[in-house]
Design a protein around this ligand. Structure first.
Ligand SMILES: Nc1ncnc2c1ncn2[C@@H]1O[C@H](COP(=O)(O)OP(=O)(O)OP(=O)(O)O)[C@@H](O)[C@H]1O
Ligand SMILES: [Mg+2]
Length: 156
């Protein structure tokens, strides 16, 4: 396992962190975003969306669970929030797995609710902190390709 760590004192830092990651992503990538309620997961995804050319406002898909946005080129940004998933079997019913496609960049909030079903090669982002406190984030990955892909984030 490798990891990169970041300190995000303000919400704008969280959003910028998302944008920096977004600029490194391409179709087929999956990013699992963990953190307490109000950690800033959606803010982070919004930042990534901006860098990926999503023009529609990215809001929390808490009630719809999954939202899909057109991104730059032919790419799609898929944003899942599994918080309201009541049982793992429900994931299949709502078609969670159909969204992991070569043209889709998938962000998942609350991936731990169906942990075993998440792509093993996904990048993990863990955000610590909530409320008015600053956030600390870890980008965790096992696959070597992530190390190369995230190189721009290590030269700051
Ligand atoms: N680094 C930060 N410092 C301070 N506040 C932040 C930071 N990052 C995000 N926030 C604020 O935290 C609040 C919650 O953000 P957000 O909705 O993105 O959380 P979330 O993790 O998606 O929550 P949920 O689990 O409910 O989906 C927002 O008001 C946002 O502005
Ligand atoms: Mg959220």
């Amino acid at each position: 396992m490798s990891e990169l760590t970041f300190r995000w004192p303000e919400a704008s830092d969280t959003e910028r962190g998302g944008a920096a990651l977004g600029a490194c992503l391409r179709g087929g990538d999956a990013v699992l975003v963990s953190g307490d309620l109000g950690a800033g997961k959606t803010v982070f995804v919004r930042g990534a969306g901006g860098a990926l050319g999503v023009t529609a406002p990215i809001t929390s898909p808490t009630f719809t669970l999954i939202e899909e946005y057109a991104a730059r080129g032919r790419a799609r940004l898929v944003h899942m929030d599994l918080y309201r998933l009541e049982r793992a079997e429900e994931a299949e019913v709502i078609g969670v797995f159909d969204f992991f496609r070569p043209d889709a960049i998938v962000f998942v909030e609350w991936p731990e609710l169906i942990e075993a079903a998440m792509p093993p090669e996904a990048l993990r982002v863990e955000i610590k902190g909530s409320g008015a406190t600053e956030r600390r984030a870890r980008f965790i990955f096992a696959e070597e390709f992530w190390g190369e892909r995230l190189l721009p984030l290590t030269v700051q």
